[in-house]
Design a protein around this ligand. Structure first.
Ligand code: HPA
Length: 272
């Protein structure tokens, strides 16, 4: 974890307003190795350290905020995010999402790299998150996991979420290369190690389709605010019985292959 102190959301917004006179129509958070929305028109980039007062420490996350245009619309792209497993607290993990709400950004699209729990999934699939489970909340360190396990999954619905799903369906019907998107339940776990076989079995019993270590805090943060969120997982590995995991490099390689489809999905969503 960086020794630097995170800024308040108000300080972050003051910095961003200075960087862009126009409030972006869409903000996007890019997870592990998800390298999309490159070379935006009129783009300017700022390191996380400068914007948020802290920087992430995971390979595959460069930690920068890029403000630029897609189809004439101003967008803010956050490459990387803060995770609990890096030692960051709730305030820091949710700082980028809180800043987007305070800046008045109407739409936040969250992306992540995730493991497929649903065995019908294939590496490189994109999954639209329609439900999520919070197994990473810091309060669970006092209670253990049981309160989280006994909770039902939380539904995630929004106008932008439905729009993204519709765009995914249209792209798949028009373009043979665009694999049909999946939809399902994302479980957010603390990490940083991948799941044990027992955890995978538990997640399957809880009807989860994908597992990762992020996104849930951001979805919870924007819930009930004027910022609407949608979330998409890039399935970088699938938990089948004969799974062979190669570690973070495998995650980065698979994420790259799905990037073209995600790039098209996001650019189409921003432009529409
Ligand atoms: N588990 C947790 N996080 C992940 C995975 C996984 O299998 N794949 C990519 N991120």
């Amino acid at each position: 974890m960086s020794a630097h102190k995170p800024k308040s959301s108000t300080e972050v917004v003051a910095h961003l307003r200075n960087a862009s006179l126009v409030t972006p129509s869409v903000a996007i958070v890019l997870g592990s190795g998800v390298n999309v929305l490159e070379n935006l028109d009129d783009e300017k980039s700022y390191p996380f350290q400068e914007v948020f007062g802290v920087s992430p420490s995971v390979a595959g996350h460069s930690g920068s905020v890029t403000i630029g245009k897609v189809d004439g619309k101003v967008v803010a792209v956050m490459r990387g995010r803060f995770h609990f497993y890096e030692g960051h607290d709730w305030e820091t993990v949710t700082l980028p999402a809180r800043a987007m709400v305070e800046w008045g950004v109407p739409t936040l699209i969250l992306t992540n790299a995730a493991g497929g729990i649903n065995t019908e999934f294939r590496v490189g699939d994109l999954m639209h998150i329609t439900c999520y489970r919070d197994h990473l909340n810091p309060k669970l360190s006092e209670t253990g996991l049981m309160p989280a396990v006994s909770q039902p999954s939380q539904e995630h619905k929004s106008t932008i979420s439905s729009k993204l799903q519709q765009i995914g369906e249209e792209l798949a019907s028009k373009n043979g290369k665009f694999r049909q998107m999946r939809k399902g339940t994302y479980a957010g776990l603390l990490g940083p190690t991948y799941e044990t076989i027992a955890e995978i079995k538990m997640l399957r019993k809880l009807n989860c389709d994908a597992v990762g270590m992020s996104t849930v805090p951001e979805l919870q943060t924007v819930k009930g605010t004027k910022t609407e969120a949608a979330a998409v997982s890039v399935i970088t590995n699938v938990w089948t019985d004969d799974v062979v995991l190669e570690g973070h490099e495998e995650v980065l390689r698979a994420a790259k292959e799905a990037s073209e489809r995600l790039d098209l999905l996001l650019r189409t969503a921003i432009a529409s």
